[in-house]
Ligand binder design. Structure first.
Ligand code: IPT
Length: 986
């Protein structure tokens, strides 16, 4: 069919649409909804381009019986049409704004609805909540209008198009339009009517729109101001009721604005999401609106909500599901919100577009602060040939092509969601540079709604400060390093509050920098918090593999070009919302209570209430446990003293410490005291742990009293060390035991510096590969041995090296073997600091496959690293090799345990136990590091026929360098010189 070419015309954004309004559902005075949901199975035809669509599909008499059906709402790629594509920055189409490919996939939709004689005489509207990317609408064969902006609502009045009885609605959706250039968000690219479609039947005159604003007065009163905009003649009656449905105050009308004064107002916060109900009643309709009384403002560079300076502990959230794509039900959204609450989030950025129109309603109800973001992202121009951040943007923005479109998108976001207390901040969009269009849209936003804060990260891209940014309230950055944060605050002079709209990139194994950033957030009043990138992994559920695992597809799995591989899987939860270990790390870092050990002898602690509005005693119950090397000494509950937000109080725990060298740890666990709609009472919100006593260095006993020294036989290369029950082969070329044989089972050992790169290793990995760390080897310069009383001692000087490159590390290793076969290893090393930091340094043991039982004394039970261990605590744990594996969809290094004193792997009869003089990192796996490094999907992993055990002097941290800064030096295996001692008992 031939269409008016609105879809390549940036001056024609909408045709026949109603003016923007806030999202609400009107009801009749009989309380019947005036909205009918048209969603359901619609007729559907998929065509390669609009010209191929039969022109008469819009007509009521078109025979659609041979068309397919598709559910509305849905994305057509999720129903077998077209193909999936994942790209982050790169535009999936040639860069030729405002033009899009001629082959522009087109979805023709048809459905019918019926109207009673009464309804047909009323005013009727179609309300589309979201269509990607643009669409044309016909009712009963007549053209009604056109719209775009995928994640915003489009409303059409169809009163003059409808009749009593059956009416035919036809919609043609195009995959691309000029708006595609503004919707270059980092996501799987999908199309179709992906949100609900409503039919609204309304009286001749009605409330077209209304705006609610709230203010606080000294003395605890809240003011609710409502302005009402009518279509036709109405005499609205406004009432405001509290949560118990009791009216509070009378509406006073002055200058066209209704004002309620609520004495002793209960204020809305994310912790206390108290809602009043506003009712706007006209002769034929009732509209209700939840109202939260609250105020947000900035004073001296600090963000305040209701007079309290608070922090956003946030995450970026997309509407995304591995089965339903962009189509998200309330149940799915509530599942996300439930997890977010349970994992201590208080804020959400709707990256990078408005979420479903009822989403902020849920945030009002459950208590989340929202950065509501406009549907804009244009960073694809950065991938054009010869682009640069500041100037290429001119093509899209300064040149004026999209000036109108940017304003339109910002207005659609602001006006739709303006009545929600949860929305504290308007975001103009994401990564689209800063030019006239943004200056313009920013000014409009601040003028339209001075009661909220404004945000737009890309304003910082205008380095030469050519544009006015005074309308932006926050200084927003993404992935700023801790150093950059420090220097921002070190600068003299007044400054805007600092916010990280994206940080701690949660891709794969990580993030490892949450605590470091949180320390800064706590340190600087002007640092109002951050939003983790991002909430969930995006992937496509491609069915179940033979081994029972779900086959999640990511970029490149659909044969598409271009694509960005697994960069879409950078969430805190797996696509099915199973939490990643990283979200446990987040949860405990931002725990609502932080304890400080004041006196280790008296066991006195200061508890700081990290909540912003709730007394600690009202929110938290506290239990404690004291253990010596994992053995319980005592446990109990402690009454939580009344503690105002942001203040401390002291408690003393009744612990009597034993006189032992064992590590005595005290663990405090914080539980919710009362139930929240999404969080039961007794839910663990975090813990603290303190070492009360113990000795940092443990003596490793090398001699068993009765045993006699082993014997040594020299071969041309190997030293054979034998005792009554064992035969060990020491390789004098490599400086380590090539085999350890006892009881009919053999294990082998090697030095190890390699790990299966994590997603966060993606940059340093190139250095590691250049340094040939994945081909490292050892050679000895000298080896000597001696029999000394009851032990054999072998000493080697060793070069750790790799082909082509210079020495990586040199060390002296002393092995002591006693009559029972216990091996003690002492290493004294110097690393070549010309070489990059190491993934790890330690030994790798190859164990019999039947050794599947694991126990360890160290940090667990979840995987943990030097920079990601706040989710874990020190204890004695038992597990299995299988359970120690964290099954990342894109396999990588996983399952480490930080700061272990001891670790055993065995089968109940035989096994090995490692002891540390100080500590080691420990992991064990049924997969080899090589397997984890090369396989692209978890369902392709094949177990090896042995068990791989790692004992490391140090395994480098994980950080968040997949998009965030480099791993901080203190978490790198970068030691210049070090000593390490451990022992193996069999
Ligand atoms: C930045 C984007 O805002 C976000 O959408 C996502 O792509 C994220 O980071 C990376 O996962 S883009 C990046 C080039 C800074």
């Amino acid at each position: 069919m031939k269409l008016p070419n609105y879809y390549e015309d940036p001056n024609t954004l909408h045709v026949g649409t109603c003016e923007n309004r806030s999202y609400y559902i009107p009801y009749g005075q009989d309380l019947n909804s005036h909205a009918t949901l048209l969603s359901g199975d619609w007729r559907f035809g998929y065509y390669p381009y609009p010209e191929a669509v039969p022109a008469d599909f819009i007509n009521p008499d078109f025979d659609d019986s041979s068309m397919d059906t598709i559910p509305v709402p849905s994305c057509w790629q999720c129903h077998g049409y077209d193909y999936h594509q994942y790209t982050n920055v790169n535009y999936p189409i040639p860069f030729d704004p405002p033009y899009v490919p001629k082959e522009n996939a087109s979805g023709a939709y048809r459905t019918t609805f019926t109207l009673s004689a009464e309804a047909a005489k009323q005013r009727n509207f179609l309300y589309f909540e979201g269509v990607d990317s643009c669409f044309y609408v016909w009712v009963n064969g007549k053209f009604v209008g056109y719209s775009q902006v995928s994640h915003s609502s489009s409303e059409f009045e169809i009163s003059s198009f409808v009749n009593e009885g059956t009416n035919t609605l036809a919609v043609l959706v195009l995959k691309w339009c000029d708006g595609t250039y503004l919707e270059d968000q980092d996501k799987l690219r999908m199309s179709g009517i992906f949100r609900d479609v409503l039919l609204l039947t309304r009286p001749k005159s009605f409330v077209r729109d209304y705006t609610v604003r709230t203010f606080l007065k000294d003395g605890g009163a809240g003011v609710v101001r409502v302005s009402v905009e009518a279509d036709g003649e109405i005499s609205p009656v406004l009432t405001l009721c509290d949560a118990d449905k009791n009216p509070v105050g009378e509406a006073v009308l002055a200058d066209g604005v209704y004002e309620f004064t609520v004495l002793n107002a209960k204020l809305w916060t994310a912790e206390t999401p108290y809602l009043y109900t506003l009712t706007i009643s006209t002769a034929d309709e009732v509209i209700t609106q939840a109202v939260g009384i609250r105020e947000v403002y900035i004073k001296d560079g600090v963000v305040y909500v209701n007079g309290q300076n608070l922090k956003f502990r946030g995450t970026n959230r997309h509407d995304s599901d591995p089965v339903t794509g962009y189509t998200i039900s309330k149940e799915q959204a509530i599942r996300d919100l439930t997890l977010m609450k349970q994992f201590n989030f208080n804020a959400i950025r709707t990256s990078h577009y408005p979420n479903a129109p009822w989403f902020t309603e849920l945030c009002d109800r459950y208590g989340f602060y929202v950065i509501a973001e406009s549907d804009i992202e244009m960073h694809g121009y950065l991938s054009t040939y010869h682009s640069d951040r500041e100037n290429t943007l001119g093509l899209l923005d300064e040149g004026g092509v999209f000036t109108e479109a940017v304003l339109d998108r910002v207005q659609r976001n602001v006006i739709r969601d303006k009545n929600h207390p949860s929305v504290l901040i308007w975001s103009l969009g994401n990564e689209a540079g800063f030019g006239y269009a943004y200056q313009n849209a920013g000014r409009w936003t601040k003028e339209y709604d001075p009661t909220r804060l404004t945000h737009y990260e890309s304003s910082t891209w205008d380095h030469s400060n050519r544009f006015d940014k005074s309308m932006l309230d926050l200084y927003s950055r993404m992935y700023a390093t801790t150093e950059e944060v420090d220097s921002y605050f070190a600068e003299e002079g007044p400054k805007k509050p600092f916010i990280q709209c994206e940080f701690v990139h949660a891709m794969g194994n990580g993030p490892g920098d949450i605590e470091d950033y949180y320390q800064q957030i706590m340190k600087y009043d002007g640092f109002c918090g951050g939003f983790v990138w991002e909430w969930c992994d995006h992937a496509v559920n491609q069915g179940i593999a033979e081994n029972g695992k779900t086959m999640y597809g990511y970029g490149g799995d659909f044969g598409e070009y271009p694509h960005d591989g697994n960069f879409c899987m950078d969430g805190l939860v797996y696509p099915d919302r199973t939490p990643h270990t990283g979200v446990y790390e987040w949860k405990n870092v931002v725990r609502p209570v932080r304890a400080r050990l004041v006196d280790a002898h008296k066991v006195t602690l200061a508890l700081k209430n990290m909540l912003d509005f709730t007394d600690m005693a009202d929110a938290i119950t506290l239990s404690y446990e004291c253990k010596a090397d994992g053995e319980l000494l005592c446990s109990g509950e402690i009454a939580v003293p009344s503690t105002a937000p942001h203040t401390e109080s002291e408690v003393t725990i009744p612990v009597t410490l034993p006189k032992t060298a064992a590590d005595c740890y005290l663990k405090l666990t914080y539980l919710t005291k009362t139930a929240h709609e999404l969080v039961p009472a007794g839910h663990e919100v975090g813990f603290d742990q303190f070492l009360l006593s113990g000795s940092a260095v443990r003596r490793l006993n090398t001699v068993t009293d009765e045993a006699t020294a082993p014997t040594v036989t020299e071969g041309d290369r190997f030293l054979t060390v034998s005792g009554e029950e064992f035969t060990y082969q020491y390789d004098t070329f490599t400086g380590i035991f090539s085999s350890l044989e006892r009881g009919g089972e053999t294990i082998s050992m090697d030095y190890s510096i390699f790990r299966a790169p994590t997603d966060n290793d993606r940059n340093i990995r190139e250095e590691w590969e250049r340094a040939n760390y994945h081909h490292s080897q050892t050679r000895t310069y000298t080896t000597e041995y001696a029999i000394d009383g009851q032990t054999v001692q072998i000493t080697s000087t060793v070069n750790l090296c790799a082909v082509t490159v210079q020495s990586i590390m040199k060390f002296t290793v002393i092995w002591t073997i006693d009559g029972a076969g216990t091996i003690t290893c002492k290493i004294d090393a110097k690393r070549n600091t010309d070489m990059p930091y190491l993934p790890r340094f330690g030994v790798e043991l190859t164990l019999p496959k039947s050794w599947q039982q694991v126990s360890y004394l160290g940090y667990g039970p979840q995987e943990c690293y030097i920079d990601k261990h706040h989710l874990a605590w020190f204890d004695a744990f038992e597990s299995t090799v299988e359970d120690m594996h964290e099954d990342y969809i894109k396999p990588q290094e996983n399952g480490n345990h930080y700061h272990c004193r001891k670790a055993s792997v065995g089968n109940g009869t035989n096994g090995v136990t490692a002891y540390a003089a100080t500590s080691f990192d420990f992991s064990v796996s049924n997969y080899s590091d090589y397997e984890l490094a090369v396989k692209k999907h978890n369902y392709e992993l094949e177990e090896s026929d042995f068990v791989t055990m790692h004992l490391d002097y140090k395994n480098s941290g994980v950080g968040s360098n997949s998009c965030g800064p480099q791993l901080l030096p203190q978490y790198q295996m970068n030691d210049k010189e070090f000593e390490w001692e451990y022992q193996l008992k069999f």
